[in-house]
Design a protein around this ligand. Sequence first.
Ligand SMILES: Nc1ncnc2c1ncn2[C@@H]1O[C@H](COP(=O)(O)OP(=O)(O)OP(=O)(O)O)[C@@H](O)[C@H]1O
Ligand SMILES: [Mg+2]
Length: 267
Amino acid sequence: MTRVIAIANQKGGTGKTTTAVNLAAGLARGVDNGKRVLLIDADPQANATAVFLGVAFAAGPRQPGADTVYEVIMGNAEAEQVIKTVKLDASERSPEASLDVLPAHLELAAAELELVPAFERERKLRQALEPILDRYHFVVIDCPPSLGLLTVNGLMAASEVIIPVEPGFFPLIGLRLLQRTIEMVKRANPALRISGVIPTMVDRTALTRDTQDQLAESFGELLLPTIPRRVSIGEAHAAGQDIFAYDGRGESARAFAHLLKEVIRRG
Ligand SMILES: Nc1ncnc2c1ncn2[C@@H]1O[C@H](COP(=O)(O)OP(=O)(O)OP(=O)(O)O)[C@@H](O)[C@H]1O
Ligand SMILES: [Mg+2]
């Protein structure tokens, strides 16, 4: 069975893309050797696409023929034709690997409106993935910071949701709304479950400690290993690399490796 993991939180900047990029890359790198992994960028900001295919692809003028998840969702291209295979650089601790990416472009923003009158508008991504799903052991979907149709398409296509949460009071308030949305989607996609909550950008402040206490209280066993706040995480994005290539020996890579193991274990 393919595990389709949506990384979702309607709050902006909680570490969704960072989680999606490094989880997908880590899985592809052979923590689970030989398994194919697909990363889907479902966010019009196209940040995950920018990491692996460059900013020009994600946000520059559209190249002729460079279809993206937009065409796939709108039914104008097959996922198979749009997916790009990217090479992940080797590092001291990780062998070279390849990752499939279903990329986005800024124009995906239009889909949020264009989908409104469409028949089965919440199922577009799910339907588009059906023909290729069994090629992959893992599909990781980077959702946008909203509870709109793109996120709902991500949740409808998924078998599980992982929620990254940054320290603070506001992020906790938003979680109720997200849980309600997930419950609603579950009526149409009963297989969907929350498989984990990741405290991200963790530092030594009292706010981080409070947030973690509250998350532990609300989510208990669902709490996944934490990701520390480290400059290298942003630097890796800018370098177009996952954390394992950028700083394979660093604390951030170790944290993601730990997270990865736990995600695999809970499958
Ligand atoms: N653990 C971390 N340590 C330091 N910086 C981080 C960490 N995680 C993410 N960041 C930085 O915080 C910003 C937001 O992270 P990211 O883009 O992953 O969040 P997001 O939830 O995908 O945002 P959006 O809601 O806009 O899609 C980025 O600039 C990223 O580089
Ligand atoms: Mg993002």
